[in-house]
Ligand binder design. Structure first.
Ligand SMILES: CC(C)CCOP(=O)(O)OP(=O)(O)O
Ligand SMILES: [Mg+2]
Length: 240
């Protein structure tokens, strides 16, 4: 069985395979995305139930903009509807929501809603849901370097002050005390990181699930947690 004391503190998920899930069932693409939102609601509830503190989900990567406009428009609408529908529930359930990545290309009303949702839920502490939209792991490191370079130039930071901790505090995941995921789950059988969190995944246990994201339910999540609990995490330490 699962041990509560061996639960990961921070779980990251690449929610992949929504369109293939729809195609396999002869359904339209958008029904795959809608099924993906239902799967996200499920895993948020499970994280609350198991006392997981941070859940970071890759909801839209920078290269997703190259999809047909009808798809990206639908996804923008889905983000807005999902956020509007869930905001009250999140507040009642003690769920804090943060959005990382460049949302400046999003429709203005969605940008306003994101800012409001982050403000309204910022003191919630049961689960911190971090939604990466239009996020790029490499760009995250670039913006952190730019911010540090500026501080060195302004004399706020000395060169010898630059270390992992200072860099980590400049990354977009600095909204949480647990910026580095203990477990990364990627669905739909793809075995790659796709420019998601990069620096933060240095010691993360990787778990690849063959089923598509909409089919990732309670059983699949528990299986991933069981796998995590059976792994010895060495952090580059003892060689046994
Ligand atoms: C926007 C993103 C979370 C959707 C992930 O599923 P997907 O659209 O990449 O689906 P496919 O990998 O099946 O094309
Ligand atoms: Mg995909």
């Amino acid at each position: 069985g699962l041990l509560r004391e061996l639960m990961p503190t921070h779980v990251a998920v690449i929610m992949d395979g929504n369109r293939r899930w729809a195609r396999m069932r002869g359904l339209p693409i958008w029904s795959g995305y809608e099924a993906g939102v239902r799967a996200l609601r499920r895993i948020v509830e499970l994280c609350c139930k198991w006392g997981i503190k941070v859940l970071t989900v890759f909801a839209f990567s920078s290269d997703n903009w190259f999809r047909p406009k009808v798809e990206t428009d639908f996804l923008m609408g889905l983000f807005e509807r999902g956020l509007r529908d869930e905001l009250e529930n999140f507040s009642k359930a003690g769920i804090r929501i943060s959005v990382i990545g460049g949302s400046t290309k999003f429709p203005k009303p969605l940008q306003v809603l994101i800012t409001d949702a982050m403000e309204v839920t910022k003191n919630n502490s049961r689960l911190h849901l971090i939604v990466a939209v239009n996020y790029s792991g490499q760009n995250d490191i670039v913006q952190a370097c730019q911010s540090i370079a500026l501080k060195v130039k302004d004399g706020v930071v000395k060169l010898e002050d630059i270390n992992e901790f200072l860099i980590e505090r400049e990354l977009e995941t600095n909204c949480t005390d647990f910026p580095c995921p203990d477990l990364l789950i990627r669905t739909s059988g793809e075995l790659r990181i796709s420019n998601f969190l990069l620096w933060q995944l240095a010691f993360t246990e990787l778990y690849f699930e063959h089923s598509h994201w909409p089919d990732f339910g309670d059983d699949e999540f528990l299986e991933a947690l069981r796998s995590f609990q059976q792994r010895q995490r060495r952090y580059g330490g003892h060689d046994s």
